[in-house]
Design a protein around this ligand. Sequence first.
Ligand SMILES: Cc1ncc(COP(=O)(O)O)c(C=O)c1O
Length: 384
Amino acid sequence: MPDPLLKWREEFPILGKKTYLINNSLGAMPRGVRDGLKHFADMWDNDGVVAWHYPDGSGWLDDCERTADLIGSVMGAPRGSVMLHLNVATLTAQVLSTIDFTGKRNKIVYDDMQFTSPHYVVQEWARYGAKIEMVKSDDGIGVDVQKLVDAIDEHTALVPISHVYFRSSFLQDVQPIIDKAHKVGAKVLLDVYQSIGTVPFDVTQMKVDYVVGGSVKWVCGGPNVCYLYIRPDLITTYNPALTGWISHARPFKFEMEFTPHAGAWRASTGTPPVVALYSARPGYEIIRQVGLADIRAKSQRLTQHLIEHALEAGFKVNTPLDPARRGGTVCIDWPGADLAEQKLIDRGFVIDYRPKGGIRVSPHFYNTQEECDAILAEMKKLRR
Ligand SMILES: Cc1ncc(COP(=O)(O)O)c(C=O)c1O
């Protein structure tokens, strides 16, 4: 059966040079990124500071807003509810800075499968009085959703959790967590970095409070463009301690009294990621055009193929076997897999290795089944 998604391969030049299967870490660069970055350089070179804002609405700040709305449209967020920032660590700190941890509602509930950036930030919040309850994974792959639900109580302020776990690609069933949090008056900060671009979801339907994510990985963008979605009814009460001049209602008036921006850009802090957004936009556009239903169907097909053949060959698979509970990655492990990482890269297979996970193989919509078979064959050789 011909695979219509393979027509996109020509948009990603690296696919002609490498077996590129590391889309959980850094997606392939769309060819449009070069033009995007040139467009930025041309504006700076030709117009200098005027490029911040052209009268026709095509300047850097307008492009920031447009790009935020574009990534928002990938996750079902209404216009104006998403803003751009630099990384998830800072955005996690900012969301935490909206909460007063000196009162009775001082608990943070999360689990031990979170990415290190938000995990480290959450741990540090103990210094401001946060009581941290970490639910443990039983198998190093997933976390029992019921345990998370049970840990959330009327003392809980925030539940900062991942949609898909970076180490195992476990797709958490987040709706019961969001529903329980809302029942007891807590909020949920959902990290969608490992799900956006490969798993379809809709933040409006989920009724989730806050969403963070970034651009490298499945949406095929460059580094330093992250984003925060704030549920529209929460925007006017979102008042972080971590703020800055672009968060102001009138940034270019340089008023000494702080008046927050009326929309999501109140989360902006200082200068936004202008250069980086031009490296992220082409990927967002392609993901929109390809469509998440088709991307997900292909991801489930290729990850299933990888899992079946890896198990048949005697590898350990540290990823959910149930396709409904799986993101886009298959973690394949064996004693010595850590040493195989560099050898695979030297042989043209771009992947990575994570302790307790294994070699992470992450096919995207532009990969072929033959590429999956080729890496399995190479891993078998290396294991010998
Ligand atoms: C789930 C998840 N969250 C966040 C990040 C990145 O965090 P930061 O933007 O702070 O580098 C990653 C990977 O890089 C991730 O896998």
